[in-house]
Structure formats: structure tokens, C-alpha cells
Design a protein around this ligand. Sequence first.
Ligand code: ATP
Length: 231
Amino acid sequence: MVLDRAAVTVEAADPRSQETKTILAPVSLTLTEQRIAIIGANGSGKSTLLRLLNGLVLPSSGTVQVNGNSTQRDVSAVRRSVGFVFTDPLSQLVMPTPQEDIELSLRRQKLSKAERRHKATAILADYGLAHLAESSIYELSGGERQLTALATVLAVAPDILVLDEPSTLLDLRNTRLLMERLDALPQQIIMSTHNLDLAARFDRILVIDCGQLVFDGEPDRGIARYRELAG
Ligand SMILES: Nc1ncnc2c1ncn2[C@@H]1O[C@H](COP(=O)(O)OP(=O)(O)OP(=O)(O)O)[C@@H](O)[C@H]1O
């Protein structure tokens, strides 16, 4: 993934104003490490940076490329390569039950209906969610929904996994399970998190503050920088 002076600005809240607000100042990055964490205060711009990576947000200036595909010109190719897990699983789970959601995720694979059903059942079992396969998404706990959302995205084996604060709703046990699961994945992972234990395990850390990249490097130093900023 390559960001070349990618910046995000939005119109000012007051429609009479000509001004724009910069949410993310121009940033140039080549993201090649297997495990990259993004940390920073609430509202600093972490989600905006992540959303640039799969074309959910397009840069107002500069470019973002994934495997040579521009998010502005080839967004479908980018979305096929980049699986995105939202902080709020309800933004992502669109079908009534986990089983149906995973089957929907598998729709582009050349499988018969029965094969799709069978594969979705196996994926849910792998995540310890088999007993919830036919439950309403709304009856699941926040953590169960979060794991279902992860299973749904990984069902299609994207090349790159982008996760926006994936442990927010998880208890200690499920956070540990998530860490183990992420550790075992072959994909490149780029994740924002407020969980510094999780971030410390990664290869590279980006620290964002007020829409600016203020640190890019080794986890211990990145976490120390973030602690300084938090005061
Ligand atoms: N479409 C938009 N229009 C106006 N402001 C926006 C828009 N998207 C994001 N913002 C603002 O940009 C800033 C950065 O938001 P972003 O969601 O990237 O922060 P974050 O670091 O992920 O925060 P958190 O840790 O709270 O999830 C916030 O002040 C947010 O209100």
C-alpha cells in the first residue's frame, strides 16, 4: 500500500463558509510490514486513515494505491483485496443472522447454494459461533457480533485486513482469542486500536495526533510518544 501526499479535507459545517477543515494532513507512507498498528486520541484521524486504504474515503488530494490499483480509479479491485472490519459490527452485518451474513459474503465465489451454506457453517464453527448461526444479529452480544463481523470479512480471504478498533467490544478472553487469531493469519494486517498491549505486538506503529502523522516506527517508542501526547 502506498499513500502519496494523501490528505482529507471536508467542507466546513457552516454551509455559508468557504472554508474547509483538514481531517488528515498530507501523508506519504509505504505500508509493507505484516502488522501495522495505528494509535492516537479520539478524533485524531485514525479511522479516516484506515478508510483511505480501501476507498471508503477518497483522498481530497494525493493518491492511495493498493497492489498498484488506485482507490480513485479502481475501487472495486481495491475492495476485493482489502477486507475492512468496522468498529461497530452493526454497520457491517446486513443480514438477519450470522449464517446468512457469511453466505452473503461468499456470494462471489463459484459455489452452489448448498456449498455456500456448508462453508458458512464451517466458518462459524471455526469461530466458536456455531450455536449462534441462526440467531438474530440483534440478539448477539457486542463481542459475538464483533467476531461474526471478523468471520464475515475473512470468509473471502482478502489479501489485506484492515481493522478499525476491533477489540472495543471484547472482554479479556475474547481479546486474547482475537489476538491469537490475528497472529495466525497470513494476511497483512493494518489496525487502529486503543489497546496498547495489542499495538505493542505489532511490527510498526503510526501515531496520529490532530490529523497529523507524528510518529512512524518501532512500537515501544511509538507508544511512549502517544503517552507523552496524552499528557
Ligand atoms: N465526513 C466527515 N465530515 C466532517 N468531519 C469528519 C468527517 N469524518 C470525520 N470527521 C472528523 O474528523 C476527525 C477524525 O475522525 P476519525 O473518525 O478519523 O477519528 P478517530 O481517530 O478514528 O477517532 P476515534 O478514536 O474516536 O474513533 C473527527 O473530528 C471527526 O469528527
